[in-house]
Design a protein around this ligand. Sequence first.
Ligand SMILES: [Zn+2]
Ligand SMILES: [Zn+2]
Length: 817
Amino acid sequence: MSFFINVILPLPLEKHFTYSVSLDEAQFLKPGMRVAVPFGKSKIYTGIVSEVHQIPPSVYEAKPIEQILDKAPVVTETQLKFWSWIASYYMCAEGEVLRAAIPSAFLLESETIVQLLNGVQVNDEELTDDEFLLYEALQAQSSLKINEIIQLLDKKTVLPVINSLVEKNIVVVNQEIFEQYKPKIERYVRLHERFSEEGPMHELLDQLNRAPKQREVIFTLFGMAGKGKASVKISELTKKRGASPGVIKSLIDKNILEELKIETSRFNPDLEEISGRVHLNEHQQQALQEIETSFETQDVCLLHGITSSGKTEIYVELIEKAISQGKQVLYLLPEIALTAQLIARLQNYFGEQVLIYHSKYSVNERVEVYQNVLRNKENARIVIGVRSSIFLPFHDLGLIIVDEEHESTFKQYDPAPRYHARDVAVVLGKMQEAKVLLGSATPSLESYFNADHSKYGLVNLDRRYGDVLLPEIEIVDIKEKHRKKRMTGHFSDRLLEEIKETLSNNEQVILFQNRRGFSPILECNTCGHSPQCPNCDVSLTFHSHNNQLRCHYCGYHMAMQQKCMACDSVELSTKGFGTEKVETELKALFPEHHIGRMDLDTTRGKHGYEKIISAFENEEIDILVGTQMVTKGLDFRNVRLVGIMNADNLLNFPDFRAHERSFQLMLQVAGRAGRTEKRGLVLIQTYNPHHQIVQQVSTNSYHEMYREQLEERRNYKYPPFYRLIRITLKGRDYSRVNEGADWLAISLKNTFRENILGPEFPPVARIRNEYYKNILIKIPQGQSLSKTKDLIGRILQSFKAIGAYRGVKTVINVDPY
Ligand SMILES: [Zn+2]
Ligand SMILES: [Zn+2]
């Protein structure tokens, strides 16, 4: 009898690979366990067992495995099913999904580099002999490869030693140059819930008559938090008389006080204000009921709630219900760094049951999160995370929330799998029998279409919390203003007037300028030449703060030119404007005010983003200029005026979603104005005041925008009516890319006829000296998706077999938007 296992290797292979195992191994191994296996000439990889069976491979002889790495599966059966779905839907290899899905520290291979964790303290007794040997060696040499460790320990089976050291948090593997993200933890206490009623409360106080010090602390806490459930920082509490750390500790030990470790947002949210349970108003209550009713018959529900309508409180209620039924909850967010306020709020509600999966987490932190979810630990009931958290090993998901579901950051572009987290969340929900709630103030057309056609439930929430009015939106025609000479730089007289007014009332201003439009480009007035990137087909962008010309695609930079490189003329000018230009003009116009800028350049550093936000929140900045970063769900109380510097950049972007995106961006940024009683004002500067999107933003007409855009999508054959698959060819040889693209397009047209667009060069056709060319495949409703993908796969296979096109890479992107 011979036994075999199929293994998913972390490589872009079409198939699983088969290895031979002994009877004992076959009985021990289960799908989802890791094995170390040889692959290629001399390499060792870690793979995941997908199947144990007795059928030998027909075209090659199965090699034996090197060793088994786990005692129990680290990947669940549901995950394996999910991976296989993703690979087939997004047309990539399961090995590529594997790489994205589990922490890289789980995937040791011969080239893996092992290092000691910075500043690690080790107790010798905790280590086995082999572990200690390796630990010692790593103190002498900063890093070792697996092969070197094999020599060092003089045995072949070193991976378990390394795995164990990773779990003990002593070594790191494949440490990328991460900025170590260390959340700031603050300890809070609050009175235990069981004392929230009068009776138990009196009993407690009676009982504490014998412990006057503890009684005093309880009263001090009341004084600070009120009798409600609000929590108080321990560091604040200990400042009060009698509240020594010892007394507080004994109250915690007795379960009278509950301790909360809260990852405080890095910019001081007002925790006092948001602590305790917020009561739903009647509109929220009704929305909640409608969602629950919809979940009785449907798996997915779209919550369309305008900005500031209090969607989060509704989420909290739903999360609470799911975890009280013993289920896990996944809360997906577009980008954690931008939503620290929200996380602080959820942590305050749910304390230590919340686990965060951050895009800035290090390899070891990822391992820890993964293990906690796998072991279904108490602190992993609620996972808040970015798109990749859909890959965590959930056991029993009851609810998935996709907040800001319209955000494009849910889509992964590179590398494969090029998945959309919102869409795969719906699939994951189905596999786990979990309900899925999509939330947005400006839903994506696709989701709204699904709701409109009863594929999803739909719930509307169109009152702002506390009945705060939506801001007033006013359009400023800058063509007219230019004609009448009422522009100062890029500011209309109207915008300047309102900025002055706002500042004189000690209120704040946000100015939005999208960098995706033109950034300042240097141009010669004599010959028209503008300096280009030598590696990419783009003009270099002028950055005044360091007086450089930079490429936004590859990072190439050179000093600012004093004269034209083509004709030596000194008549140079900058064309277009970005956030930096706006900032410079503002500083000249309002020299006595503080101006801040938030874009990729100013938020790159470790805490760059938090610094700007907290300065703005503490009102150290009067005017904040920014790119789309300022549109995210931030809640600033003192902003009265929002200015959109130029709506036209957004509208003219060459993409079929440009209009929808512009509407979403403008409405989201408008939502930052006037979030308290005083009504906010939004000014939109544009050359096209009658553009339908600008009009729809000004009247907050989502439905009108939806109907009109939908009609265009129908006419021009775009989603949701047609599905899209994009094939990108790229390579260093221009003519090979060109000819290859022609060959591929002709073959595809033979099969799919008029539903093939291209080949076409993208707006930037060369990046880092590689040429790009795209082919777009449109798939009408009713045409089988899986058959289409099979056919595309076959055509690509013939393409790859042609010698002349070797060196031309193909990238498939399913739903490339
Ligand atoms: Zn010139
Ligand atoms: Zn470049």
